[in-house]
Every structure is written in structure tokens, then in C-alpha cells.
Design a protein around this ligand. Sequence first.
Ligand code: ZN
Length: 347
Amino acid sequence: MKSLVLEEKMKLSLRDFPIERDEALGQRDVRIKLHTVGICGSDVHYYTHGGAGVFQVKAPMILGHEASGIVIEAGSDVTTLKVGDRVCMEPGIPDPNSRATRMGMYNVDPAVRFWATPPIHGILRPTVVHPADFTFKLPDNVSFAEAAMVEPLAVGVHAATKAQVKPGDIALVIGAGPIGLVTALSALAAGCARVFVSDIDDAKLELAAKLGAIIPVNVARQDLANEILAATDGWGVEIVFECSGSARAAENIFDVLSPAGRVVFIGSQMHDIKYNVGKAMVREARVEHVFRYAHVFPRCVAMLSSGAIDVKPLITRTFEFDDSVHAFETAASAPKGEVKMQILLPQ
Ligand code: ZN
């Protein structure tokens, strides 16, 4: 019964880690045996930096929040799930009575408890107890690997929803990491005719170009604004999704935006992003921000099942649980061409 524990910055261990919270199963909870867990940029950031913004790792913490598994026990009031069901889980549990939750925006509830965000433990461990309301049954044709992609995919779907994509819109996604690519897939599924994806990693852009109507732009040698304006008769893109978190990438974000365009900020930033409000004004641009997602998991599962979105090409590497420290070392080295790495728990 080992867990992957971040002891402190740059120190991971696989060891027994009893968690009392797991022992009690509430009436509306299920106990889940974990199957597949994706490695997220945030997990890697906690490992390499010991924290992110206001969230600092002050005590040993289990990592991981992108997960699928199997229900092994169900509370007495659970009607939607039963033992043996294959599921994926939404990692943030809000206070059901908070003002934000009652407004329908439970993702911005300040009291939300989110896996692997200090001080809440993640799920790179054998089992977890979770509310049935945040646990979603998988159709037979959605694999555990795909299901562990629902969490990052939910960010892209939430962003496309915020952008109010209209059929035939042309979009730009800045950044070809996992979030950039799930956002591009979500924008296409929402009706975009084409999506430009910009990055400096040729291997990631090559992968992106195979995902559908995606036009890769390597900003290390191509001028993004020139490329986009030339391809759109000088009009620009209707939507920009900023998924790089890079202040430099975002600096000239309005130069490629059409009149009445929308910009959605998704990538978390190491440094403050500044932009030219005047350029936003003359376009009457709408600027949106997303923080995780709300009410999106069932939509993601439905799209994976129907084939509207295929995340399988984004899963570039899988590690056994015993090898998970190595998996994190590999992820921290930011290898070129790797998009999503996953860890398989022993079954
Ligand atoms: Zn994640």
C-alpha cells in the first residue's frame, strides 16, 4: 500500500502513507481503487519548486489529481454508482453551501479542496474516498487512460465554453503543452473551422498538426502575427487561447485578434502578464479567465465516448507505479515531444 509522496522540494518517495480520511466512507461517498493517473504540470511544479503562488508544500503531500479507477465500495445513499463501475473523478470538492457554489461557480469557491493542492493529498496511492457527486461512470468504450485525460480536457472545454465559440470561428492557441492541445481539440469540437497552435517545440507542433484542422506555427522562426494575418486576409483570429503562461508570448496578444474577438487566459503565469488595453479597446475585445472548470466532466466523457474528441494521441508515455519517481524526474526535464505522461497503479 504505497503512495507517491512529495516529502519536500525535489524529494519524492514511494512509501506507506496512512490517510485517516480514507478510512471513513460517508453515505454519499464511494471508495475507488486508482487505476491510471496523469502527471500534470502542477504536480511537476510542486516537485521542482515546492509550491505555486499561494499554495506552498509545508508537509509531505501525495501528488496526482488526474485519475481514473474502479469503485470498490459505495455508501448507503449512493444511487448512481455501484461496486465494479469504472469511473473518473473530478478532483475539486467545494463547500456545497458556499456563496460561489450556490451561484454555480464552485470552481472559484475559496474553500474548494482540490487533490494535490496543499494541504490536500493527491491520488497517487492505492485507494481514495470521494463524493459520488464528483465521480463519473465511464462508458465501456472509454479506456482508463482516456478517462485520466478528462481532468485536463475539462480545462479546454471550459475555456471553449467561456470563449463562446461560434461555428466557423478561427482560433489561435498559444502553447502546445497538454492544456494547449486539449484546448485546441475542444475549440475544434465546439465548431472552430481552424485552429493555429504556436510553440517553439517542433516535436509538439508536429503532433498538434496531426490532431485535425490545426495549423502549427513555430514562433522561434516564424512571425506569429504575419502568419495569422496573411492566412486571414488581415482580419485576425476570432479567439486567442493563451495556454503558455509566458508574459512574452502574451504581450502582443491583441495584434492577431479580429475586431470583437475574444481572449481567454488559461495558462498559469510565473510572472505578471501585461497587455495593451488600447489595442483591446479598438477591437472591443472580450477578455476571459478560466480557473479549472465547473460542470464539465459529463460533457468530456460524452465526447470521448462519441469520438467528438480523441485524446489518445496526447498520451505519449506510460510508467509503472514502481517507476513513478523516475516518471517525475523525466517530466521535470521537460523532454521534447512529450505531451501527457501517465502512471499505472498496480491492480
Ligand atoms: Zn491537471
